[in-house]
Design a protein around this ligand. Structure first.
Ligand code: ATP
Ligand code: MG
Length: 360
């Protein structure tokens, strides 16, 4: 074959490779990125002048693949960039010392690197969209649940007040009658319990009246901790406070703010192992005051991560919890125009983060 013919053959191989890589990328299944990169690597290997002696390696932040072992002394490398930031490399190596790479082969490597970068960008965009969609669906569901709950709570409020009122009247009348009086006590106690549940549901639905004042979060935390001291001791759990500033001012209803702190710390204690440490952190960003409560417990399952803020979701044994604590917290935070999120720690346990608007 003449030199021109040889060169032409090489160009055809390179163009075929680019075409193949494009087709692979177009039909790529985002869940199977490893397979896609492998197909690209083998397609690229074929395009080199000496395919038998050439190996290709693709390294990205998601995964890496090699067609064979890479020969360090003789290799070409191109960067893979994702949104203009280096994310990995694509390398071709020759394990035959007598040959060398062609100038066009470096260009081919660059082009394929660029295409892989585009693919990774597409994946990132799609992942962000999916997570945004899930967040919105979640917020939507809580919103609908809130409206439903508000309705039910209102409907139950009046009859419950009646049950309680009339039972108390009867109790006064039957004071001498021991067994009737005991039965009436049961009615009264159950009505009071139900009223508490209704109250919590109204918190969740942001239907509780509130008195907004300028409050300093730091003493609120310290007072709550003083009141919860016995609970910590009883469960053999200790706490660590990380607050750098003496004043973190926000606009809030003082009682409701305490309810947020209480519910989160009580959960952290409950789910802590023996000798576990609960960390309470408070800080400020430009616009918000941030409260973080983390523990060293079991953390949250997939299901729990999705449902923690829904009323009646609980993993506690029956009788131990109503599953309303975090829905109350969620309602209060929402009515303060704040945000709350739950996530698992890298090591162990969970962290709840509350963000509330600063008082200006
Ligand atoms: N710190 C935590 N670690 C692990 N799981 C948690 C934590 N906090 C909450 N959860 C999970 O979220 C569920 C709901 O919490 P929530 O406070 O709403 O209700 P509860 O604690 O179960 O009952 P209640 O607060 O009414 O006594 C818990 O049952 C648990 O599964
Ligand atoms: Mg709770």
């Amino acid at each position: 074959m003449s030199a021109t013919q040889e060169a032409l053959k090489e160009r055809i191989k390179e163009l075929t490779c680019l075409y193949e890589v494009s087709s692979i990328i177009v039909s790529a299944d985002i869940g199977q990125i490893q397979e896609t990169l492998r197909a690209i690597a083998f397609s690229l290997k074929k395009a080199f002048q000496f395919p038998k002696h050439t190996e290709v390696a693709i390294k990205t932040s998601i995964c890496s693949i090699e067609t064979g072992s890479i020969n360090e002394p003789l290799h070409l490398t191109s960067e893979i960039n994702v949104f203009n930031k280096p994310n990995g490399t694509i390398t071709a190596s020759l394990n035959d010392d007598k040959s060398s790479f062609l100038k066009e082969e470096k260009q081919l490597l660059d082009s394929v690197g660029l295409k892989i970068g585009n693919l990774l960008e597409r994946i990132e965009i799609q992942q962000n969209e999916t997570s945004l969609k899930r967040q919105m669906e979640h917020a939507d569901r809580l919103g609908i649940l809130g409206e439903l709950t508000a309705g039910i709570a209102h409907e139950l409020n009046t009859p419950l007040a009646n049950i309680l009122g009339f039972a108390e009247l009867l109790k006064a009348e039957f004071e001498q009658h021991k067994s009737v009086s005991e039965d009436l006590d049961k009615i009264i106690n159950n009505a009071i319990f139900s009223r508490e549940v209704v109250k919590k549901l109204m918190f969740f639905a942001c239907e509780m009246p509130q008195e907004m004042n300028q409050v300093n979060l730091v003493p609120s935390i310290k007072n709550s901790l003083a009141l919860l001291d016995a609970s910590f001791k009883k469960s053999n759990v200790t706490y660590k406070v990380q607050i750098d500033e003496e004043e973190l001012l926000l606009k809030a209803d003082t009682i409701q703010l305490t309810q947020i702190i209480f519910n989160l710390i009580i959960n952290a204690i409950y789910f802590s192992p023996k000798n576990g440490v609960v960390t309470i952190e408070a800080l400020q960003s430009k616009e918000s005051i941030i409260l973080k409560i983390s523990d060293e417990g079991t953390g949250l399952s997939e299901e729990a991560l999705e449902k923690v803020f829904q009323p009646f979701f609980t993993t506690k044994p029956t009788g131990d919890g109503s599953g309303l604590g975090l829905s109350v917290v969620h309602g209060i935070v929402a009515s303060h125009k704040g945000e709350i999120s739950a996530k698992n720690n890298q090591n162990k346990g969970a962290t709840f983060t509350v963000k509330l608007p600063k008082s200006h």
